[in-house]
Write a protein that binds this ligand. Structure first.
Ligand SMILES: Nc1ncnc2c1ncn2[C@@H]1O[C@H](COP(=O)(O)OP(=O)(O)OP(=O)(O)O)[C@@H](O)[C@H]1O
Length: 615
């Protein structure tokens, strides 16, 4: 080894004058061996590690026409991008890629050193939302030097209080292409390296996760920092409903005065208005039309909420409590909207690093008369989408072909499209558009009102992304207050707008619902936590026009909502009445019949292990 002014003691840390990339002072540094690189000076800064090669690897230098190319190997990592540090116990390590000259000079032929691994991630160049695992193995012949580095890095990791320590994990083995267990096995080492304890439950039937969440007390749940669903949107929704149903006590959604309500809210009691009850037809009673994703429908009959006019209560198990998804389903729209990608590794990293993003949740209430003529409001929660007509019919049809895997949606979609049905319905929504169409741009709002179009132009779209300004905007005035957890305060203040006719579909998107088939989602400009539902009503229209709308959905940058048969409104609440049991409502993959329904959104109700998409 020929390097002036250095000894190769390798017995302790050294003080080379190293300049920090961003001008910060180093805390300490050591000369270590870095696998695949060689000898480096490793420096700890207050926010990261950086290393500087003393001698590049001989093998890693290539030349062309006499010009030497040194491949770009990372030389730093932020502490916030490190999820684990492992000391490889007393095992002696054989450093494979050390330059031969260094090898011989330092150790003769028997290179045995202690080592530790720094586990982190880097962002993919092609798709920055996708995080790729990376690890750096540092070695030293002195045990204390390695231990000192490991202890330093561990004490940093311990300070990261947002990172989870204990998680409850539900795995759906038959989700999507039946990859649930395989996906969990592929990410489980990330959790164990990060020292996150996991209690794993592999479900044996639909509804099991719901039942378990429902029966768990807050005390039991508080021993966990969150719940992870290894599955698709429907499975996540099942867990979410099991969590929210017994916990969130809130008044039912507001309704317009003339809503043909099954029950008239008189103070604390629900009184049936017999004149306005729409009878179920015997051929389509719910017993003959079970909840598709949940055969044991009785388990959903939870004691209902009071309609008392009191503030909503929502006791969360603990302040850290969050939800996570390891994508394994057929669509995985929630994961794509909250992490920007559909990748189990990226999702696992978001979870172990304790990322945090809030999600609006829609409460959908079906008003139904029981055989004993009692009104039984059935409450469901949706994190992504709820829709009637085409949206319900496709899911209903697709359930017949579950054996096909994710392709069943294409097949069922084609079948339902060919039928081209429309349904009579009346929808009323709380109008806020005149006040708050686009919170980020008054000018955009004015120009849109001038041209009379409800859907924003593509250039006006404000897409939700990491640290989204719209989602982070605090409710300040009356218009945004209605989106908070106090819906009962606003029911009299807002104007209800009614629309009636025949519709191919009626849907309410909570988030954009981006997925691989619809790269911009159903509503490109929907946000994770703005407190609005995007009501999308597709009126009866020629078959070819509807096909145009559907093809726009599949195109990045398409304009599915700039279409004369589409009505699109941002609203915190709406009601729906149909003349019969013609179609079904799909509430995040769960199906139910409802000819009378009311819905509202709760702003940022649940917290996810995610950062938002990096669009
Ligand atoms: N072990 C199980 N066997 C059968 N069904 C199950 C089981 N565990 C959960 N389920 C049900 O399967 C339904 C669908 O699951 P999931 O959402 O994971 O898959 P998917 O429909 O393929 O994906 P996506 O919702 O993303 O389209 C859930 O609503 C859930 O109730």
């Amino acid at each position: 080894m020929e390097r002036e002014g250095n000894d190769y003691d390798l017995g302790g840390e050294k003080s080379f004058p190293i300049e920090s990339l961003d001008g910060k002072a180093s805390i300490f540094d050591s000369t270590l061996l870095l696998d695949h690189v060689g000898e480096v000076i490793l420096t700890l800064y207050s926010d990261g590690l950086s290393w500087k090669s003393i001698e590049p690897l001989e093998n890693d230098i290539s030349s062309c026409l006499g010009i030497k190319y040194v491949p770009k190997i990372p030389n730093e990592i932020k502490l916030s991008d490190i999820y684990a540090v492992e000391f490889i116990d007393n095992t002696l390590f054989h450093m494979s890629n050390l330059p031969r000259s260094t090898e011989r000079a330092l150790f003769g032929h028997d290179i045995k050193i202690y080592h530790f691994i720094v586990h982190g991630f880097i962002r993919s160049n092609k798709q920055p939302s996708q995080w790729i695992l990376t690890e750096y193995t540092f070695g030293h012949k002195n045990l204390q030097t390695c231990e000192m580095w490991v202890n330093q890095l561990h004490s940093y990791l311990k300070l990261q209080v947002e990172r989870p320590r204990n998680l409850l994990v539900f795995v759906h083995p038959r989700s999507g292409k039946s990859n649930g267990c395989r996906n969990w096995e592929s990410v489980a080492p990330i959790f164990s390296r990060a020292k996150v304890e996991t209690k794993v439950i592999v479900t044996e039937r639909a509804g099991q996760a719901f039942d378990m969440m429902l029966s768990m007390t807050n005390k039991e749940l508080s021993s966990y920092d969150g719940v992870i669903a290894v599955g698709g949107d429907g499975f996540f929704n099942e867990i979410l409903n099991g969590f929210l149903s017994p916990r969130l006590k809130a008044p039912y959604p507001p309704t317009p005065p003339d809503f043909a309500h099954l029950a008239k809210d008189k103070g604390d009691s629900l009184i049936v208005d017999e004149n306005e009850i729409l009878e179920e037809t015997s051929s389509q009673s719910e017993d003959q039309f079970p909840l598709i994703s949940s055969p044991n429908q009785s388990r959903y009959r939870i004691s209902n909420l009071n309609s008392e006019d009191k503030a909503p209560e929502f006791p969360v198990p603990n302040q850290w409590f969050r939800f996570g998804i390891i994508p394994s389903g057929s669509t995985d729209a929630i994961v794509i909207c909250t992490t920007g990608t559909r990748d189990p590794i990226t999702s696992a990293l978001h979870i172990v690093l304790g990322k945090r993003v809030h999600l609006d949740i829609a409460q959908v209430v079906r008003w139904k008369k029981t055989p004993r003529s009692e009104v039984e409001p059935l409450v469901r929660y949706a994190a992504s989408f709820s829709g009637y007509g085409f949206y319900g019919d496709v899911i209903t049809e697709s359930e017949k072909y579950r054996w096909m895997g994710p392709i069943r949606y294409d097949y069922a979609g084609t079948m339902v499209f060919l039928r081209h049905r429309s349904y009579e319905a009346e929808i009323s929504y709380l109008d806020v558009e005149s006040e708050q169409t686009n919170p980020t741009s008054k000018r955009n709002r004015e120009s849109r009102l001038l041209r009379g179009s409800k859907a924003p132009r593509r250039s006006e779209r404000c897409i939700c992304r990491i640290n989204c300004e719209v989602c982070n905007e605090k409710p300040e005035n009356a218009a945004t207050e209605i989106c908070s957890l106090t819906p009962h305060l606003y029911s009299d203040k807002r104007k209800w707008v009614k629309t009636k006719g025949r519709f191919i579909s009626v849907g309410a998107a909570v988030i954009s619902c981006r997925n691989e088939k619809a790269p911009d989602g159903l509503v490109a400009e929907a946000h994770l936590s703005d407190g609005f539902l995007h009501l999308i009503m597709i009126k009866e229209c020629p078959h070819a026009s509807y096909l145009w709308h559907l093809t726009q959905l599949t195109r990045k940058g398409g304009s599915p909502l700039n279409f004369k048969f589409v009505e699109h409104h941002k609203t915190p609440a709406f009601t729906f009445t149909s003349s019969g049991n013609e179609s079904v409502w799909n509430v995040d993959g769960e199906m139910f019949q409802a000819h009378q329904l009311s819905a509202q959104v709760f702003r940022g109700l649940v917290c996810m292990f995610a950062t938002g998409p990096e669009v």
